[in-house]
Every structure is written in structure tokens, then in C-alpha cells.
Design a protein. Structure first.
Length: 403
């Protein structure tokens, strides 16, 4: 039995994403690591004993952080919580009694065998552990549970300024400069605008830290999860797979998620997840359908941008019935977009920003020309209307649901 108890703290506000059941499933197979989920969202799936829910609203967490850190803060949306993750050891210290390590993390992870990597020998040796070599991984990092580490964030030269900024600055990781590391640049050669937690840990001589490659991200494919073990390319065991890039692919084929929830194994391909191995008939069928979906998506996307310069029309060409179908308020996390008709046009208005005209492409697909956004309205299996926004400049996708 491990003699170093671990608690990972995760604050979550917004709808539970499609990968939430996979996160829960993989956590269940790590019974000696506790996950403290701070949320006020309804949870409709059974949770294992090592997921402990702490019921706090976003406003309550904001107040807790404000009372704990001793400086004014700006915290108006859940995404900004990333900058406050390093404070969790202090903010939630009443829940960490009896734990030798605490950490912060995210739910867009599928875990393998955590203790196979975080052995007692390793935990007895190091004070801070990141499963990523270049910087502290905001999706999973451990700190020895002591007074120094609870207040470690205060050693940052810019922490007060960062906490007062309304923008997320990436204090928990690398100041949002992830792309620099993708190009193989060394941490010490990068010019940072702020002092991050990675800087603090690397320069503090009293802290023994480990930066090691226990996890992968990106879209490698060839991942197999079997009875709590996560294997890459049939030979490399991993502690976790970070879904940051995978989850944003708009053409993912995920029809087997319900079956996977009750399965002892599943496979993560480049743009699908299947219950069957790639070498089986079921696995080959899954890959074929996923490939077809990808081709269809890019064909539609390419056509949409051709239409931008040729056949693009104002939304007034749509029937009143079709316009009424998409009108309403849509939400993703704490961001709300209002779709409404005014005069001859349909507009999209995000929070307090100005409204943008939607230009009709085909069916329920629209473009916002000046922002290069593609909006695609669809109904889900449970008859809920939603749309996803594709930002062609940043290659990102966000799903909004009718509220």
C-alpha cells in the first residue's frame, strides 16, 4: 500500500464534456489517488470512491481565493482559474489534511496506472513533480504538502499583477507559450513576459523537482487502454493522455462511448475512439467511418470558404421558419452568444461585444466574414440544439448549447 497519499484538486464549471465518463473510468482504476472535484454542476454518472465532490459555486470559490491570497483578484470566468491553480494548496488546505502531496489538474485526461510512475521512492525523493519535461503541466502537477509549497506562488515576481489581470496569463504553466516548446526551444532561451510557476520551481534551490515525460498529448493515435493500463504503439506505457488537441477536432467519431463505459479496453485513434482493436473488423469499420467523417468535414469547410467569395448570401434569404429555428441564447462554459434577427439579417452577439452579421452558406451553416468564423447548427441525439464555432485563424472549435 502506498504510504504517500495524493489529492488532485480540479475546479470545474460548465457542462460536463463528452470525455468526462472516460476520465472517471480511468480514475476509478487508480483507487490510491484521490481527485477532489470542486463544482456546483449536477453529476449524473456514478463516481468511484476516490472522486470526492466539494460543492462550491464559482462565486464561492472566487471568494475563497480572494480571502486566501491577500491581494485583490480579477476572476470573472472559469478559464481564469488556471492562473489560480498554484493557490489551491492554500485555498483548499482544510481538505488536504492527511495527504502528503496535493496537486492541480484538469478533466481532459485519460489515465493509465498513475502509481506505476509515481512510486513511493520517487515521492520520497522529490518535492515537485511534473509529468512533462519542458514546464509544469497545468493538467497534472504534484507538490509536497508543506507550508512552503502552499505559499510557493508568492515567490513569483508578478503573481499580484497576474491575479489582478482579467486575462488568463498561464501562470500555472509557461505563460501560454506552448508553441515555443513544440518547436524544440529550450525553456531558458525563451523570453517570458511574466514570472511563472515553472520559473519559481526551477530557480528555488530548496526544492527538489522532477520534470519527466510521463504523459503525451497531441494526436498520436495508436493508444490502447486496457484494464487501467495506457499503452502507446503497443510498447510504451504512459501515465496519462492529455486530450487538449484531440478534443478540439470537429470531425471526431465517438459513437461507441456508451459501450466503452462498460468495457475493459478501448482504443484511441487519430480522430475516433473505438471499443475494438484496429486489427479487428469492428476496429477497421470504426477507422473507415472516422476517415469518411474527416473527408466530409474538410470538403464542407473548403466549400464554405469558396462560398465566402462567390455564392455567399445574406441570411434574409432563409425562410422565417428556418430563422426561428436557430434564434436563441447559447452557452459554452460561462460565455453566452445571442442569435437573433433584426431587420433583414441574423446577428450573433457575444456577451458585451458588438454584433456580427451571419452570412448564410448552406442549410444551417453560416460564416462571420471579418472574424473568419464558421458556425454550424445541429441537433444532438437528445434533441438539444447546439452549434460549433470553428475559428479558422486559430484552428480551434467551441461547442455552444441552446439555453
Amino acid at each position: 500500500m502506498p504510504n504517500n497519499k495524493i489529492a488532485i484538486i480540479i475546479c470545474w464549471y460548465g457542462d460536463w464534456p463528452w470525455y468526462w465518463p472516460l476520465f472517471v473510468k480511468s480514475v476509478k482504476h487508480n483507487p490510491t489517488v484521490d481527485f477532489l472535484i470542486v463544482t456546483d454542476e449536477d453529476i449524473t454518472i456514478a463516481l468511484p470512491n476516490n472522486i470526492k465532490v466539494i460543492s462550491h459555486s464559482f462565486i464561492e470559490v472566487k471568494d475563497l481565493i480572494q480571502r486566501s491570497v491577500g491581494v485583490p483578484i480579477s476572476l470573472e470566468n472559469p478559464y481564469k482559474l488556471c492562473d489560480f491553480k498554484p493557490t489551491y494548496g492554500l485555498v483548499f488546505q482544510e481538505y488536504l489534511v492527511g495527504y502528503q502531496f496535493w496537486g492541480y489538474g484538469d478533466i481532459d485526461l485519460i489515465f493509465g496506472d498513475i502509481r506505476a510512475f509515481l512510486s513511493n521512492e520517487l515521492l520520497n525523493t522529490y518535492d515537485v513533480i511534473s509529468p512533462f519535461r519542458d514546464f509544469l503541466a497545468g493538467y497534472f502537477v504534484l507538490f509536497r504538502n508543506n507550508e512552503k509549497n502552499k505559499l510557493l506562488f508568492t515567490e513569483g515576481k508578478d503573481y499580484a499583477k497576474i491575479f489582478q489581470s482579467p486575462a488568463c496569463r498561464g501562470f500555472d504553466e509557461c505563460a501560454m507559450l506552448h508553441s515555443k516548446f513544440h518547436n524544440g526551444v529550450n525553456f531558458d532561451s525563451i523570453k517570458f513576459e511574466i514570472d511563472t510557476m515553472t520559473h519559481i520551481v526551477k530557480r528555488d534551490k530548496e526544492i527538489k523537482s522532477l520534470f519527466e515525460l510521463f504523459c503525451v498529448q497531441g494526436i498520436p493515435g495508436k493508444l490502447a487502454w486496457k484494464n487501467g493500463k495506457l499503452i502507446l504503439a503497443k510498447k510504451y506505457e504512459l501515465m496519462a493522455y492529455h486530450l487538449a488537441d484531440f478534443k478540439r477536432e470537429p470531425y471526431l467519431y465517438l459513437s461507441e462511448l456508451k459501450e466503452i463505459a462498460n468495457s475493459n479496453e478501448f482504443y484511441i485513434h487519430k480522430n475516433s475512439i473505438s471499443q475494438s482493436a484496429p486489427s479487428t473488423i469492428g476496429g477497421r469499420l470504426n477507422l473507415a467511418i472516422a476517415k469518411r467523417n474527416k473527408i466530409k468535414y474538410f470538403a464542407a469547410f473548403f466549400l464554405s470558404w469558396i462560398c465566402r467569395y462567390t455564392f455567399l448570401t445574406k441570411s434574409s434569404n432563409m425562410s422565417d421558419e428556418n430563422i426561428s429555428f436557430i434564434e436563441g441564447r447559447y452557452k459554452a462554459n460561462h460565455t453566452i452568444i445571442q442569435i437573433y434577427r433584426e431587420g433583414q439579417n441574423i446577428y450573433a452577439k457575444k456577451d458585451d461585444e458588438g454584433a456580427d452579421v451571419l452570412h448564410h452558406v448552406k442549410d444551417y451553416r453560416f460564416i462571420i466574414k471579418k472574424k473568419k468564423y464558421l458556425l454550424d447548427f445541429k441537433k444532438t441525439e437528445n434533441d438539444t440544439l447546439r452549434f460549433y464555432v470553428t475559428d479558422s485563424k486559430r484552428n480551434t472549435n467551441i461547442f455552444y448549447k441552446l439555453i
